[in-house]
Design a protein around this ligand. Structure first.
Ligand SMILES: *[C@@H]1O[C@H](CO)[C@@H](O)[C@H](O)[C@H]1NC(C)=O
Ligand SMILES: *[C@@H]1O[C@H](CO)[C@@H](O)[C@H](O)[C@H]1NC(C)=O
Ligand SMILES: *[C@@H]1O[C@H](CO)[C@@H](O)[C@H](O)[C@H]1NC(C)=O
Ligand SMILES: *[C@@H]1O[C@H](CO)[C@@H](O)[C@H](O)[C@H]1NC(C)=O
Length: 490
């Protein structure tokens, strides 16, 4: 071989064959399905799908067979039904060419009616008989290769290869003459085998295309609440390694009202999901940006602005309660009710590190005096609150809570002269602890849904934080009430 051709051949190995699917969209949530996860899905498919193949009708078989001493006999096998399929062992293996699922030692049982007729020159009438037979198919192997790719942001599942191979058949006839038995076996063994192969292959094709429809029908957004959805569009082709499947999804919060301009985020860390416990079925990695997209969205939706007119210590909302803290306030507006108008001045900033989740919140707190029907803003205090968060799994949601570590404050403006910040500090602390924190935790406690397909629930989830991302490593369970069989039966 000439050196040039040799070089060309080597280079061609490095040219990605699927370059047209390369996407520039960034992904902020990555999902890794481990070998254990794949085994779980495969078992679900095999038990629910392959066993729900039955009862499966196989087309009737007819044949004229020359039987020694009898002559030409016309046989009909009808009402052929596969009524049981057993799959003792199977495995799943992803690879470059797709996801292979292979079952071995599969057996299936069939029932059928047989009928024959013939005429000889000896007797001028047609002789016929009929009966029942049962057939056992042993050592059947079924091999599927599934392709999984991104098609317009959804997953497309295709059946790339489907082999069904019958090794051995035993036929048990009920009734009939003894010559019939050998004739039947000789004539029909192969035909029954290939009829079973064809019927099962056809049924599996239908099943896979329904599964594909299910995958393609998955929503591209998961609703979080009235304001936000999580964009769960797939942004690249699944990456298949020898023992896992990796999925990359957009993962940002988007507004339900499309009047907000999208924010452009950049990913800091490399897409990788690595669970410390590799036996977990599923790993979901969420970039810091996911949380900041939520923060920006709710900020823009003016969710982060509220009037405080009730506090546990209601005396704080009357100027009388402030008599000793801000004497000039009480003097100017004696015994007037007050409220506080808190608004965040920018979206809270979330930072994730291996030992902490920090949030910094910048807020303005306006003190309003309510006099008759007037709302009179008298002072504004800027707050910078440092909170640390923790996250937990609640059903399929990632939920959280925060506690305040410290805060600093400064007077932004005042219509009542200077305020002594050290005197106001305890009041602000009370407001933060009794108003701000419970409000924040009420919302964070609900959390937002992780991208899990309906019917599956997380189990024994572990959460780990690392530099700029949160990782959820978990097993999953399948709710039996969600009937996957519906996919495979008509
Ligand atoms: C066809 O087979 C099914 C299942 O084995 C059986 O219930 C049914 O009675 C059979 N029908 C006829 C016409 O033999
Ligand atoms: C089905 O066939 C297997 C062998 O292939 C046999 O062991 C089993 O008893 C049969 N089941 C029924 C219900 O006939
Ligand atoms: C969702 O993500 C996809 C892929 O990144 C993107 O093309 C699409 O515009 C996003 N949808 C919204 C509503 O932001
Ligand atoms: C609360 O303060 C903001 C400015 O920080 C202002 O725009 C808003 O109108 C105030 N709300 C009420 C009800 O006073």
């Amino acid at each position: 071989m000439s050196p040039t051709i040799y070089l060309l051949l080597i280079f061609s190995l490095f040219i990605p064959s699927q370059s047209h699917i390369q996407s520039t969209d960034q992904s902020f949530i990555s999902v890794l399905i481990s070998q254990n996860g794949l085994d779980f899905l495969k078992d679900l498919l095999v038990t629910k799908a392959i066993s729900s193949l039955t009862p499966l009708k196989v087309p009737r078989i007819e044949k004229t067979v020359k039987i020694p001493f009898v002559g030409n006999v016309h046989f009909v096998l009808s009402n052929i039904t596969i009524y049981q399929v057993d799959v003792p062992s199977s495995y799943v293996k992803p690879g470059d060419t797709g996801i292979a699922i292979v079952t071995s030692g599969t057996t299936c049982n069939l029932s059928m009616n047989w009928h024959y007729s013939y005429s000889t020159w000896l007797v001028p009438v047609t002789i016929s008989d009929s009966g029942h037979a049962s057939v056992q198919v042993e050592g059947m192997e079924i091999g599927l290769t599934l392709g999984l790719e991104n098609q317009g942001g959804a997953l497309k599942l295709s059946l790339m290869k489907c082999d069904c191979h019958v090794k051995d058949i035993s036929i048990i006839l009920e009734g009939g003459a003894s010559w019939l038995y050998q004739g039947m076996v000789d004539a029909f063994e192969g035909k029954i085998g290939s009829a079973v192969e064809t019927a099962i292959t056809k049924k599996l094709k239908e099943g896979i295309s329904k599964l594909d429809a299910l995958l393609q029908g998955l929503p591209k957004e998961i609703s979080v609440d009235d304001v936000a959805s999580l964009n769960v569009t797939f942004v690249s082709d699944p990456s298949l390694s020898s023992s896992s499947i990796g999925l990359e999804i957009n993962g940002l919060f988007t507004g339900k009202k499309r009047d907000t301009f999208p924010n452009y985020y950049h990913k800091i860390s490399q897409p990788s999901v690595s669970c410390t416990d590799p036996s977990k079925m599923l790993g979901i990695s969420l970039e810091e940006v996911v949380f900041n997209s939520a923060s920006t969205l709710y900020f823009n939706a003016e969710f982060m602005q509220w009037i405080v007119d009730k506090v546990p210590d209601q005396s704080l909302l009357n100027t009388a309660g402030w008599r000793f803290i801000v004497p000039q306030l009480y003097k100017k507006y004696p015994n007037d009710d007050m409220n506080m108008n808190i608004s965040l001045s920018s979206p809270p900033v979330v930072k994730i590190s291996s030992h902490n989740i920090d949030a910094t919140v910048y807020a303005d707190l306006i003190i309003d005096v309510l006099e008759a029907s007037d709302v009179i803003p008298v002072a504004c205090i800027s707050l910078e609150i440092h909170a640390s968060g923790s996250v937990k799994i609640s059903r399929n949601n990632l939920a959280g809570s925060v506690k305040v570590d410290d805060f600093s404050m400064s007077l932004k403006w005042s219509k009542i002269g200077n305020l002594h910040m050290y005197l106001i500090q305890p009041v602000m602390w009370t407001v933060i602890e009794t108003v701000f924190l419970p409000y924040a935790n009420l919302h964070l406690g609900k959390g937002f849904p992780l991208p899990i397909i309906h019917g599956f629930t997380l189990q024994d989830a572990q959460i780990m934080c690392s530099n700029s991302k949160i990782m959820v490593c978990s097993d999953v369970a399948f709710a039996e009430s969600y009937d996957l069989r519906l996919l495979f039966v008509h």
